[in-house]
Design a protein around this ligand. Structure first.
Ligand SMILES: [Zn+2]
Length: 267
């Protein structure tokens, strides 16, 4: 009989989150460059020296090496420790929110995918289909296990997952068409459409609606901040990271925020 106290389990989940974050960094660097995420082993992008296992420990190695390659001294991108730490923290929060059950595995996958998508979209302005298309089908397949955030059910279920994926796809397909018609250029890419199908597969149609509003709100706040700081307002900012943040908010606190809002409306 293995008896793990919650704190030991928390540490295990956090360390697993860091390790997964290390692999996610490989995905963030290699997927948009069309490189294999399996081979070869990690190398310094500056001097191409393979990174030794003890220099590849999530978070710790970055601190020990003071953020520089051991061989050539080139700076290691800040993204590496940030992605690892962010993933470790969000995995712990998911664990606290939904409890220590293996049914949180699909949500761990969703949140980590959203992190990978955010950093790829910020740098390359694309959301790789290789994440969102299989991700959508994975969400539908695992929906009988996924803890529900919106429907006051224990599990999301196949029907809510399917209607969610279709809602996300259609809503953003229409927004993309309207956007290109109004602005005479591509305002919303096909990558966003498939991302929202995936979000719908994991959260249902209510999650799609919530993510759309939350993403737009976060996008507006950041957009205003950028204009206030005097940056060029024509700077193109990808919408994917805002949708990803909105989707994460919907997984964690969607129903709570809706309840607060309804109470505020006096219902
Ligand atoms: Zn190097």
């Amino acid at each position: 009989m293995i008896d793990l106290t919650p704190s030991v389990l928390s540490i295990f989940i956090f360390v697993s989150g860091l390790a997964a974050g290390s692999f996610m960094n490989v995905c963030i660097y290699r997927l948009p460059r069309g490189l294999s995420i399996i081979r070869p082993a990690s190398r310094c992008p500056h001097c191409n020296t393979p990174i030794r296992p003890f220099d590849n420990i999530p978070l710790l190695s970055f601190v020990i090496l003071k953020g520089r390659c051991r061989t050539c001294g080139a700076r290691i991108h800040w993204r590496y420790p940030v992605v690892e730490l962010l993933n470790g923290i969000l995995w712990i929060l998911l664990f606290n929110r939904f409890g220590a059950s293996w049914t949180i595995l699909p949500l761990l996958f969703l949140i980590s995918s959203l992190i990978v998508i955010t950093f790829i979209d910020l740098e390359h302005m694309i959301i790789p289909d290789i994440i969102t298309v299989p991700g959508t089908f994975l969400g539908i397949a695992l929906s009988p296990l996924i803890p529900d955030s919106f429907f006051r059910l224990e599990r999301l279920g196949m029907m809510n997952s399917l209607t969610g994926a279709v809602t996300g796809f259609l809503l953003f397909f229409i927004i993309a068409i309207l956007g290109s018609w109004v602005f005479r250029k591509e305002a919303m890419g096909g990558g966003d459409v498939k991302l929202m199908a995936m979000v719908g597969a994991f959260t249902g149609w209510k999650g799609v609606i919530f993510t759309t509003f939350a993403g737009s709100l976060i996008g507006s706040i950041v957009g205003i901040a950028i204009i206030v700081r005097g940056k060029n307002k024509d700077t193109i900012i990808p919408f994917g990271p805002y949708l990803a943040a909105g989707a994460a908010a919907s997984v964690f606190y969607g129903q709570e925020i809706i309840d607060i809002w309804l109470r505020w409306l006096g219902r």
